[in-house]
Design a protein around this ligand. Sequence first.
Ligand code: NAD
Length: 245
Amino acid sequence: MLKGKTAVITGGTRGIGFAIAEKFLENGANVAIAGSRKETVDKALERLEGYKDRVMGIWPDLVSPDEVKAAFDSVKDRFGSLDILINNAGISSRTSIYDYTIEEFEKIIDLNFKAVFVCSQAAARIMKKEGGGVIINTSSMVGKFGQPSGCGYPATKFAVNGMTQSLARELAKDNIRVNAVAPGVTRTDMVASLPKEMVDRISQNIPLGRPGEPVDVANAYLYLASDMASYVTGTILSVDGAAMN
Ligand code: NAD
């Protein structure tokens, strides 16, 4: 479904991002995995050894326009184009409003939201010259109703939804589609860090009766990245077992 296309996946070293990388590689894409450190990127690349001709790693500071531009240019140099950007890197928080430090709040805003702006800008500049492309952001089910602690996290996901819908409108004329996927509870390290009782309680309220697997979520990215979704832009696709619907 993605033969000959090149994708950058931020937060591609594990969890949902890694599942997207595998899914895209299975479907013929070239993939650049963007992680926070060379060591974690190298570990992810080792797991993708079978695809070594079509996969590379980058580790720019995602809020630095210069570093991101240089990294995306290196992807274009290696594979000849940049067709798909997946803004997926993210960190979560459960800190109470009474305990938040401004540093923790800014760290979440920086990675979950500012980086989406910086990476989208850098990618859109390349895609416009190439005649089009696809940007897909990772939102969350908590970007609909919020959550009862760690207010910075859902706030960034509401912001990501706003960025998605706005950029879809702005970039349509340049043939760049912009969508988001809003996962529900998905079995990754992010969820492993939550108390078991909390995960059990959340799972009981999922109509499909189980948490999502990273591959459940990756399938939605494959659809949105492919030409199957050629008339889909500005949408926020829930992949949450109807947890919050
Ligand atoms: P994860 O913790 O398994 O992976 C997070 C990824 O982000 C890793 O690849 C990590 O290297 C990367 N990352 C962290 N800090 C970074 C930094 N400073 N610079 C670059 N990369 C950095 O989490 P996940 O569950 O796979 O989450 C991926 C995305 O999905 C996030 O945006 C998260 O908010 C969203 N999400 C997850 C769930 C869930 O239940 N797991 C639900 C809804 C949304």
